[in-house]
Design a protein around this ligand. Structure first.
Ligand code: SOE
Length: 386
């Protein structure tokens, strides 16, 4: 009989939909040691979570997450809620001996993240901090190229993550703009992603200096906290924005490389522009999520008269994750990154070995983010400490 593993998920908004799609697809495209079964989806609103279960393909809807976590049919708990709820949910799931997937950033503070990683260590289960961009085939290929030494000594990491969805001052005060819920603004939401990628591709960050700004200080209060932000309706009363609108920082890596990071929701025209460039002694790599099937590569050894960046189309069977998908050149999308992370996670559970990025990685990224915040407050360089 085919081996199965029961999954329970908390949250059904944007990330809940993306994760549901990943869980739905993964067992159909990849040959897995155990097949995930989408058992239960959990949310506060009974009618909404029941509808979500139906549309997203879950067997059952539940309003009590503790009950779901303790259900013996569930072995994996997937947390897709805002950051302020990550810790209690993860700790309960770990206490119940479940494997845990948690959306990024792992927690709203370093102290919370450390508590979660410690509990995971004690529970001896598998964890995943859902930094999905590590599973873009082009980025996994970049990692292989760096490991093969194709870039040589890395000198520079230059990354931006730019969006523009709150540039209108009339955009309401959604949960992502409230510190007590989201922890921070684009720093924890977007810099978290590019910090995780920097750690993955270049190495650990030792020291940072940052600055942030809230451009629009008050916004119309939202009528109902519902959908994770985009398209929410605003009332006439105004409330205070308690997170930054943009956060930039410079970083020193342990291996001697220098890095720059920028995250903003005020870059007019940039919708989900997650891009980085790495410059090494032998060449460079450029990635841009808006063209996620491509990797730009410059090789200094090329004939001096013919030098320039080449575009690698990352859809060949031999390249990371592509054996499961379409024939050469038949491109894939953003949603595939979630399918890929669940493939690796299920394989890790079966092999009883950790996959990356686990909760320890979540902690290391959180430590960088927190050092940047401290640096912006103190207006000086801050060492990254855990
Ligand atoms: C919203 O700003 C957001 O959805 C992030 O929360 C995601 O992590 C990122 O992938 C896209 O933008």
């Amino acid at each position: 009989m085919e081996k199965t593993i029961g999954v329970g998920m908390i949250g059904y908004a944007f990330m809940g939909r993306a994760h549901s799609n990943g869980w739905r697809q993964v067992g159909h495209f990849f040959d897995l040691p155990m097949k995930p079964v989408m058992k239960t989806i959990c949310g506060r609103n009974k009618a909404a979570v029941t509808a979500a279960a139906k549309t997203m393909g879950w067997e059952k809807a539940e309003t009590d997450w503790m009950k779901m976590i303790n259900d013996p049919q569930i072995q994996v708990v997937d947390i897709c809620t805002p950051g302020n709820e990550h810790k209690p949910m993860a700790l309960a799931a770990l206490k119940a001996g479940k494997h845990v997937v948690c959306e990024k950033p792992l927690a709203n503070t370093l102290a919370e993240a450390k508590e979660m990683a410690q509990a995971a260590k004690e529970a001896g289960v598998r964890t995943l901090t859902a930094f999905n961009y590590r599973r873009v085939p082009a980025i996994a290929l970049a990692k292989q190229m760096i490991e093969q030494g194709l870039l040589g000594t890395i000198y520079h990491w230059r990354a931006v993550y730019l969006q523009d969805w709150i540039i209108d001052p009339k955009f309401p005060l959604v949960w992502r703009l409230k510190k007590e819920v989201a922890g921070s603004g684009p720093h924890g939401d977007l810099n978290a992603h590019i910090t995780d990628l920097a750690r993955y591709l270049v190495g650990e960050i030792t020291e940072v200096v940052g600055m942030g700004k809230t451009f629009i200080k008050t916004r119309p209060v939202q009528e109902a906290l519902a959908d994770g932000g985009l398209g929410a309706k605003a009332g006439t009363k105004k409330g205070k924005v308690t997170v930054e609108d943009a956060m930039l920082f410079l970083a020193k890596f342990a291996n001697g490389a220098l890095g720059s990071f920028e995250a903003t929701r005020f870059a007019a025209g940039r919708k989900n522009f997650n891009s980085f460039e790495i410059n090494g002694s032998k060449g460079s790599i450029v990635f841009n999520l808006e063209r996620l099937n491509e990797l730009q590569y410059f090789n200094r050894r090329d004939d001096a008269n013919l030098q320039g960046f080449r575009t690698i189309l990352c859809n060949e069977g031999g390249q990371p994750y592509n054996s499961a998908w379409w024939p050469s050149g038949h491109i894939i999308g953003w949603e595939h990154t979630f399918t890929h992370e669940f493939k690796d996670f299920i394989e890790a559970i079966a092999a009883k070995k950790d996959t990356m990025p686990n909760f320890e990685d979540g902690v290391k990224t959180q430590a960088v983010l927190e050092a940047v915040m401290a640096s912006a407050d103190k207006k000086k360089w801050v060492k990254v400490t855990i």
